[in-house]
Design a protein. Structure first.
Length: 316
C-alpha cells in the first residue's frame, strides 16, 4: 500500500485527491492546505485527514502531489524529497531553472521518483502523435482558452504554451537553433496572448500560439512530415492521419483516417503512471529533466517577449 498526500487542494489539487482516493493499492493519508476550511472540505469528500502544514501529517507518507502555486513548488518539493517522499509536481515545474536543477539533483541523490505534471503527455491523442511522428518538418500548435480568474500568477507562456513546448520537445528530439517570440498583455498585467516560432538544428520548425482570452477554446497540434500529415485534437482526444500511397498521384492517392476513441481520464492516467514508477513497474514518463527543459524554453520565451514589450513606446 502506497501512502500519499496532496499538498494544495485548490481547484486542481482537489482532483488529485479524488483520483488517489479511488486508486487501488493507494491510501490517501491526508490533504494539506493553508486554508483550514478548504482542507477540511476536501478531506471529508475523499475520506482522508485535513492538515494546514506538511509537518502536521502524523503518518509517514511514500509519495505526494504538489499542487501549490508555482512560487512555492521548490520549497515544498525540497522539503518532501528531503524526507524521502516521491514527488509529482504540477507544471510549471518551478519558478526558476536553478530551482529545477536543485530538485533534480536532490531526487537523484535520494533515489526518488520526481515527475512533472505535463498532463498532455498522457492524452491518447498526443501519445498517438509521439508514436507516429518520424521526421517532423513543421509543427503547428494552438492552445486557446477563455479568460479565467485563476492561474494568473504566471503568464500565458508558462500557463498554457508550456504544454505545447513540452510536446514539441518530445517530438523533435533536436537542439533548438533559434526562436522568435511575440506577445502582449491584454486583460492582466502579464502576457495573455503569445506566439513563438521555434527553429531546430535538424530543420524542423514549430509555430506555437497560446491565448487565455479567446472566445473559442482550442487545443490542437498538427505535424507535417514526408508522406504524412498528423493532427491531434487534445480536447476531443481524437486524431487525423493523412497518408499517400507511394507511387500514385491524384486525389485518390490520399487516404485520411479519422481516429476517435473513448475519452480517457488523463489526470488519473498521469497519477497512475506516477504510482507505477514508484513501484518500479514503468519508467517516469515526464521526468524532472523534461520539466526543466520545458521551463527553460518557456522562461526564455517570456523574457524575450518582455524585452520586446519594454522597447515599445508608451502609448498609455
Amino acid at each position: 500500500m502506497i501512502k500519499v498526500a496532496v499538498i494544495g487542494v485548490g481547484y486542481l489539487g482537489r482532483y488529485h485527491a479524488e483520483k488517489y482516493a479511488r486508486m487501488d493499492g493507494v491510501k490517501l493519508v491526508g490533504v494539506v492546505d493553508t486554508d483550514p476550511a478548504r482542507a477540511e472540505e476536501v478531506a471529508r469528500a475523499t475520506g482522508s485527514r485535513p492538515y494546514t502544514r506538511i509537518e502536521e501529517i502524523e503518518e509517514s507518507i511514500d509519495a505526494a502531489s504538489i499542487v501549490v502555486p508555482t512560487v512555492f513548488h521548490h520549497d515544498v518539493t525540497r522539503a518532501l524529497l528531503s524526507r524521502g517522499v516521491h514527488c509529482l509536481v504540477e507544471k510549471p515545474f518551478t519558478k526558476t531553472v536553478d530551482e529545477a536543477d536543485n530538485l533534480i539533483e536532490l531526487a537523484r541523490k535520494k533515489g526518488l521518483i520526481l515527475q512533472v505534471g505535463h498532463i498532455e503527455r498522457f492524452n491518447p491523442a498526443v501519445a498517438f502523435l509521439i508514436e507516429h511522428a518520424r521526421s517532423p518538418l513543421f509543427i503547428e500548435a494552438h492552445r486557446l482558452s477563455g479568460f479565467k480568474e485563476r492561474a494568473l500568477d504566471v503568464d500565458v507562456v508558462l500557463d498554457l504554451m508550456i504544454h505545447d513546448i513540452d510536446i514539441v520537445l518530445a517530438l523533435v528530439q533536436s537542439p533548438l537553433k533559434e526562436f522568435r517570440a511575440v506577445g502582449v498583455p491584454v486583460l492582466t498585467l502579464t502576457v495573455d496572448i503569445a506566439n513563438v516560432r521555434l527553429i531546430f538544428e535538424n530543420g524542423c520548425t514549430a509555430n506555437l500560439t497560446a491565448s487565455r482570452i479567446s472566445l473559442r477554446p482550442m487545443r490542437r497540434v498538427r505535424i507535417f512530415q514526408p508522406g504524412c500529415y498528423l493532427s491531434a485534437d487534445c480536447a476531443e482526444q481524437s486524431n487525423l492521419i493523412v497518408t499517400r500511397t507511394p507511387g500514385t498521384t491524384g486525389f485518390g492517392s490520399v487516404h485520411p483516417d479519422f481516429i476517435t476513441r473513448e475519452r480517457s481520464d488523463i489526470l488519473f492516467e498521469e497519477i497512475a503512471a506516477f504510482i507505477r514508477a514508484i513501484r518500479g513497474e514503468d519508467r517516469v514518463i515526464v521526468t524532472g529533466e523534461d520539466g526543466r527543459n520545458a521551463l527553460k524554453l518557456a522562461s526564455d520565451i517570456t523574457w524575450s517577449i518582455q524585452e520586446t514589450i519594454r522597447a515599445l513606446p508608451d502609448i498609455s
